[in-house]
Ligand binder design. Structure first.
Ligand code: SF4
Length: 240
């Protein structure tokens, strides 16, 4: 994400308060592996999720987010097959919504992929009045049980607009702050207590303060790579 900010704003300072705070899912798709797959499947259109490296974006035709993946795929010519990188669950969700042939990369988010159907069924049993809201990075068998499947923003908007008062949440636990600040009187339960991303939690307030004071560590993307990666991001922006 920091690289994406640097790609979009090369003249601005982009800080990543903890340089080790990466995304294990993004790391599951390397430039070398994607390049090899493209050589094996030269006819495919490559759609890469925003959680990919700048190098992988440079090999992609379109970028997408969990909010607009369906819209991006719908904008691609129906004759074309699509290689979707890196999240297999978002790929399957998008294929189901668009009825398109999508070749999924075999990556996954360790946090969302770890949520099991059994945990969700138990949470529903514990809170029978609650609606289940999950992120499309969750497994298909979990998504099937959901009342709503959407991005972080989608989940927050759904819970805020809904007349329901209780929700089971199936995404990373950091969502609780905006959920509660917008809905202080509603009740939120976790589909699983384990949905904490260790990488996201590496960013602390202390590290942010240090980073802002010292303007370090800075994230930059070399100009030739930036130019190539920007094309996929721009194509996404043209569609949405
Ligand atoms: S929760 Fe962590 S591992 Fe999963 S997509 Fe987000 S940053 Fe990556």
């Amino acid at each position: 994400m920091a690289e994406t900010a640097a790609i979009l704003s090369p003249d601005k300072i982009v800080l990543l308060p903890e340089i080790k705070a990466g995304c294990p899912m993004a790391d599951m798709a390397t430039w070398e592996a994607v390049k090899k797959m493209k050589e094996e499947l030269p006819q495919v259109v490559v759609v890469s999720y925003i959680n990919t490296s700048a190098a992988v974006k440079s090999l992609s035709d379109y970028c997408c987010t969990s909010s607009n993946a369906v819209q991006i795929v719908q904008a691609i010519s129906p004759e074309k097959d699509i290689l979707f990188i890196p999240d297999q669950n978002l790929a399957q969700f998008t294929a189901q919504k668009t009825k398109r042939k999508i070749i999924p990369w075999t990556g996954y988010c360790p946090i969302h992929h770890s949520l099991s159907k059994e945990e969700v069924l138990q949470a529903k049993k514990n809170h029978p009045q609650a609606l289940l809201l999950v992120h499309p990075e969750c497994r298909p068998e979990v998504c099937t049980l959901a009342d709503y499947i959407g991005s972080t923003k989608g989940i927050i908007d759904f819970a805020s607009k809904s007349n329901h008062q209780e929700f089971i949440i199936g995404t990373e636990k950091g969502i609780i702050f905006p959920l509660l600040s917008k809905n202080p009187d509603k009740k939120f339960y976790w589909a699983s207590e384990r949905m904490v991303c260790p990488d996201m939690k590496l960013i602390s307030l202390e590290k942010i303060l240090y980073s802002l004071k010292e303007l370090t560590p800075q994230v930059t993307v070399p100009a030739p790579l930036r130019k190539k990666s920007l094309q996929a991001i721009n194509r996404m922006v043209e569609v949405i």
